[in-house]
Design a protein around this ligand. Structure first.
Ligand SMILES: O=c1ccn([C@@H]2O[C@H](COP(=O)(O)O)[C@@H](O)[C@H]2O)c(=O)[nH]1
Length: 241
């Protein structure tokens, strides 16, 4: 899959809300030319496919972030169901294994307009100590790279990683492989439950294609202005005449 060198829009707003009305109130203030939307486990469990369709009717491309992790047939079928919704991007946990990935890749590739298939490497809320506690020795960087290579070999379109691993992943996996990075915080904003974070400009400089940003935008007094501010940060300082 060929990608533009500067995918536009780069910002994916994570819609993590407990109900439809605050989520739609935020969406009404956003612009599909400036961001895509991510629907995760909380809203999808509450509202289901109808909510995704409502966002798409408003002109937004949707990343359905359900991070499937199950046996190959189950994950492949779930991704087909997501594709039937017409979403732009879906994801699975690469730790589900090579057969799960290849089966999903094959089944999506048979569809007329498959979504981008992205693999989660190491959640951005985990550090080396957390990994050790779940029986995974080594650094997040080592594990991200190993999982990313498995995902690339299975034909995924890209990975979810933290911006801290983006440069390493970009160097190892090439320009075409998509890097989707949560764990993004504008300077001075609370990191919350995230552990591996960078600013938007640092993430893009490191090689990230798409920035997943939730609370810094959804909890801002003016979410669209926050997006515009992040876009300015990404564009860099104005040229000196
Ligand atoms: O490793 C991962 C994978 C997914 N996420 C999701 O991204 C957003 C981040 O939200 P913030 O409010 O900007 O922290 C959230 O929906 C997560 O489920 C992630 O953070 N890390």
């Amino acid at each position: 899959m060929s990608q533009s060198l500067t995918p536009s829009p780069r910002i994916i707003v994570a819609l993590d809300f407990a109900a439809q009305s605050p989520a739609l109130a935020l969406v009404e203030r956003l612009d599909p030319a400036r961001c895509r939307l991510k629907v995760g486990k909380e809203l999808f469990t509450r509202l289901g496919p109808a909510f995704v369709e409502a966002l798409q009717r408003r002109g937004f491309e949707v990343f359905l972030d359900l991070k499937f992790h199950d046996i190959p047939n189950t994950v492949a079928a779930a991704c087909e169901a997501a594709a039937d919704l017409g979403v732009w991007m879906v994801n699975v946990h690469i730790a589900g294994g090579s057969r799960m990935l290849t089966e999903t890749r094959e089944r999506l590739s048979r569809m007329a307009r498959p979504p981008l298939l992205i693999g989660v490497t190491v959640l951005t809320s985990l550090d080396e100590t957390d990994l050790a506690a779940i029986g995974c020795p080594g650094t997040p960087r080592e594990r991200v790279l190993a999982l990313a290579r498995l995902g690339q070999a299975a034909g995924l379109d890209g990975i979810v990683c933290s911006p801290l691993e983006a440069a390493l992943a970009r160097a190892a996996l090439g320009r075409e492989f998509l890097l989707v990075t949560p764990g993004v915080r504008p300077a001075g904003v609370s990191v919350g439950d995230q552990k591996r974070v960078m600013t938007p400009a640092e993430a893009v400089a490191a090689g990230a294609d798409y920035l997943v940003i939730g609370r810094p935008i959804t909890q801002a007094a003016d979410p669209l202005a926050t997006i515009v501010e992040i876009e300015r940060e990404l564009a860099g300082p104005p040229a000196i005449p």
